[in-house]
Design a protein around this ligand. Structure first.
Ligand SMILES: [Zn+2]
Length: 194
């Protein structure tokens, strides 16, 4: 007998994305695209609130040494292309692999140093998913959010002070603005400096 991820046998359950589905999707992304990244601690992933301008975040809880990844609750809706979940998880996995929100060595001050997320997603074979992700965010997100977010709620923000928050909260508007900028032009050989 087929069962939904929570054990209920309903067609709708088969379409729903819950935290079990998300944990399985993290395993898929990790195995397929981040096989070189060790699981250095316990990683807890789940959906969170319906943020207006954030798709995901990653936090290392100290001293428990547990990583928490949260995705925008709206991404649990079946209408959202699955690649949005895939790329958002992969984005947080880049942070994890580079020591942000994880116990792995951290070599940079800033988690988005040098457009590193885009570079890593492309080098790890996620280019197709990433292009679809950018197109959907640019073209669909605002209308989707308006249609599916309930009563306006305060934008959730992670704790900014204190010893326990050492993670990265990703505001996709900021990230998208950065990523959509044209690549640097090749320096002109004849450029003159005064
Ligand atoms: Zn990020």
């Amino acid at each position: 007998m087929e069962e939904g991820v929570r054990g209920k046998v309903t067609p709708f359950a088969l379409l729903m994305r819950d935290d079990d589905w998300l944990a399985a999707h993290l395993d898929y992304v990790w195995d397929r695209y981040f096989a070189d990244t060790p699981r250095a601690n316990h990683v807890d992933i789940g959906f969170s609130k319906r943020w207006k301008a954030r798709l995901g975040l990653i936090t290392l809880c100290e001293p428990a040494d547990k990583t928490i990844i949260r995705l925008n609750g709206l991404l649990s809706l079946p209408v959202v292309p699955e690649c949005i979940n895939t790329v958002t998880i992969a984005h947080e996995m880049v942070h994890y692999a580079r020591g942000f929100g994880s116990p792995l060595p951290c070599r940079h001050k800033h988690p988005h140093h040098g457009n590193i997320i885009e570079k890593e997603l492309l080098s790890r074979g996620l280019g197709t998913e990433y292009d679809r992700y950018l197109d959907w965010i640019d073209g669909e997100w605002d209308a989707f959010y308006q249609a599916n977010a309930r009563a306006p709620r305060r934008l959730w923000l992670p704790r900014q002070s204190g010893a326990t928050f050492v993670g990265v909260a990703d505001d996709w508007r900021e990230a998208a603005a950065t990523l959509r900028q044209p690549r640097p032009a090749v320096p002109e050989e004849t450029a003159q400096e005064n």
